[in-house]
Ligand binder design. Structure first.
Ligand SMILES: O=C(CO)[C@H](O)[C@H](O)COP(=O)(O)O
Length: 236
């Protein structure tokens, strides 16, 4: 028998813990990524079993939409509801102030809209995502209109970043977002002031959104393996 990858076990456990926070009669933001996929699966299971009722989801991507349909979670849009009770989403890096880098799945623009409208934004990560300083392990994703790619790259370089266009896997050419735009991944040697960098990049003409989420997360659920057993730690 092959052993299950411990990272998958941690993702499943945090996904389950986040799904268990959802109460009946809630509007739920449904994030994107492999960890959130487990939360959507468990939330669907709770709904289908009758453990909770009257849940409606707001998806942050095409992926979240497909998963919600698969697991029987009804969906709505931001034209119909004003805010969410809770949003569950993953992250690529989490710093000690609960600031995040997101966008590993190129979905950070819709994710920031949905996650920031929730009363409680719960982030689901495995322990490998915790960093002392944002940008230390992950490149910062920036969604741009295709015609603005070159001027935005030059401006990012002038800020001290090393930008590269995100390329597709099993597809020739660049990654195209759910909105039909491109993603520039930027290496910064050090992100000393995430709030300032978030504002500065979003002020560049042609930038839709960048992956810095500053002051948005309320609760981080961290999946860890301690003494061979999966545990979920809360950071508030
Ligand atoms: O921001 C995201 C997508 O844009 C994801 O939430 C982030 O990349 C984490 O994904 P995973 O849980 O697969 O590691």
């Amino acid at each position: 028998m092959t052993a299950i990858d411990p990272v998958i076990i941690m993702k499943q456990e945090v996904g389950k813990a986040a799904a268990n926070l959802v109460q009946s009669n809630s509007v739920v933001g449904l994030g994107t990524g492999s960890t959130t996929a487990y939360a959507i699966e468990y939330l669907g299971a709770r709904l289908q079993s009758g453990e909770i009722s009257n849940i409606v989801g707001v998806p942050t991507s095409f992926q979240a939409q497909v998963l919600a349909r698969k697991y029987g979670i009804p969906l709505t849009t931001l034209d119909v509801i004003v805010k969410m009770d809770i949003a569950i989403d993953g992250a690529d890096e989490v710093d000690p102030q609960k600031n995040l880098i997101k966008g590993g799945g190129a979905a950070h623009t819709q994710e920031k809209i949905v996650d920031s409208l929730a009363d409680i934004f719960v982030v689901v990560v495995d322990g490998n995502k915790l960093v002392d300083k944002l940008g230390s392990t992950f490149l910062l994703p920036v969604e741009v209109l295709p015609m603005a790619m070159t001027p935005v790259m030059l401006k990012l370089e002038a800020l001290g970043g090393k930008p590269s266009l995100r390329m597709g896997v099993k597809k020739a050419g660049p990654v195209v977002t759910d909105q039909g735009n491109l993603v520039i991944d930027v290496k910064f040697d050090s992100i000393d002031d995430p709030a300032d960098l978030e504002r500065t990049i979003n002020n560049m003409p042609g930038v839709l959104e960048n992956g810095l989420f500053v002051g948005v997360a309320d609760l981080i659920l961290v999946g860890e393996i301690i003494d061979g057993k999966p545990v979920v730690r809360e950071i508030r």
